[in-house]
Design a protein around this ligand. Structure first.
Ligand code: HEM
Length: 199
């Protein structure tokens, strides 16, 4: 189940990128429900796995994201048995209309404008915004984005390495010949010298 807000595509959000109309896509808030309990807001991110999980590897096997529940300013660390319930998690990104905030943003309006038309979560997180900054976000919330419309992050793949010959035998034979051939020539020369001298 996803929040009640309107769901936008990336293309729709990208239309709002001017100083008079500026929307941002931030965060990876998670909406999901556990049997009998509904948690409307939870933030997620792989970084939290390292921070909060006693068993990050086990956790990451179940779900790429780790969820940290915000229960009224108290953080709930998942117990191991909770993790198996993450299968029903839906990931959504919030859309914020920050037009009215542009002038007042302590980081300036340019950074906000440059963060439009894409998932600005990393930009937002890199700054290390305070809790009060996060609290302010709710007033600019206009909906959610359909994350399937956001291109997946591409990971760097090194170009294919040239195929090295693993068989070292031929290399060894060449080195051996480089040593044996001059030695054979030397022996032959010495032999000829002795033969001609004695005759
Ligand atoms: C709704 C979204 C946002 C809100 C409500 C917000 C709010 C704030 C607030 C209150 C501060 C003062 C410092 C703090 O309390 O953490 C701040 C600083 C800053 N913000 Fe944002 N911000 C938002 C989005 C962004 C985004 C997307 C970026 C980057 C592209 C950004 C970049 C910065 C920078 C560079 C500073 C200055 C940090 C410093 O000088 O130490 N902000 N923001």
């Amino acid at each position: 189940m996803v929040g009640d807000g309107k769901v936008f595509t990336l293309a729709q959000v990208s239309e709002h990128k001017t100083p008079k109309d500026c929307w941002l896509i931030i965060n990876g808030k998670v909406f999901f429900s556990l049997p009998g309990r509904a948690f409307p807001h939870a933030s997620c991110g792989v970084d939290y796995a390292i921070m909060i999980s006693p068993k990050p590897k086990a956790l990451l096997r179940i779900c790429t994201y780790v969820v940290e529940l915000d229960l009224g300013n108290r953080f709930h660390m998942f117990e191991e048995h909770d993790l198996f319930m993450l299968v029903s998690v839906s990931f959504v990104q919030q859309v914020y209309d920050v037009t009215k905030f542009l002038e007042d943003h302590p980081g300036g309006d340019e950074v906000l404008l440059s963060a439009t038309g894409k998932d600005a979560t990393d930009d937002f997180e890199d700054v290390g915004h305070s809790d009060s900054a996060r609290d302010m976000m709710d007033q600019y919330y206009v909906g959610e984005i359909d994350i399937s419309t956001i291109p997946k992050k591409t990971t760097y793949k090194p170009p294919n390495q040239p195929h090295y010959n693993q068989d070292k035998t031929s290399e060894f034979i060449i080195k051996l010949l480089q040593f044996l051939v001059p030695l054979a020539i030397l022996c032959l020369a010495v032999g000829i010298h002795h033969y001609t001298k004695s005759s």
